[in-house]
Design a binder for this molecule. Structure first.
Ligand SMILES: [Zn+2]
Length: 139
């Protein structure tokens, strides 16, 4: 009976969390757009703690514990991902910036004409387009 009640509570909590999530930003938070996410994160942590506590007391079966824990962790991952997404959207520093392509390899002198910008496969002394010297490397 106790186990059944505990499971019921756990399910109710999950349903509640999912319900909160589906409402999804009813209105912008004036203080911090992360506030509701922080709240949700805290709630999930709390649920995980409760879950572990009850499991240690033997109120939960292994299976119930693992299933509920997995669901909570999935939910947590979702919240964390949303925080990251929000940070990127808002341009908050601290979030990992999108990977930038590696620096372009330095071109050998003579491949691009410094005068007209014409490109050549091989190094040339003089530009085939404008005839100006290619080896000029001012700077
Ligand atoms: Zn040229």
């Amino acid at each position: 009976m106790t186990i059944a009640v505990t499971c019921l509570v756990a399910v109710a909590v999950i349903v509640f969390i999912l319900g909160v999530r589906s409402r999804d930003l009813p209105q912008p938070e004036p203080e911090s757009p992360f506030q509701h996410l922080d709240d949700r994160k805290a709630a999930i942590y709390e649920n995980l703690r409760d879950l572990q506590f009850e499991y240690r007391l033997g109120k939960l079966s292994d299976e119930d514990y693992q299933n509920t824990k997995r669901d909570l962790q999935k939910e947590l991952a979702g919240v964390l991902a949303e925080v990251d997404r929000l940070k990127v959207q808002l341009g908050v520093n601290g979030a990992a910036p999108p990977p930038v392509a590696a620096a372009k390899p330095v071109k050998a002198p003579g491949l691009v004409c410094p005068s007209c910008g014409a490109k050549f496969e091989k190094e040339l002394k003089f530009c085939g387009e404008c005839g100006k010297p290619m080896k000029v490397a001012q700077s």
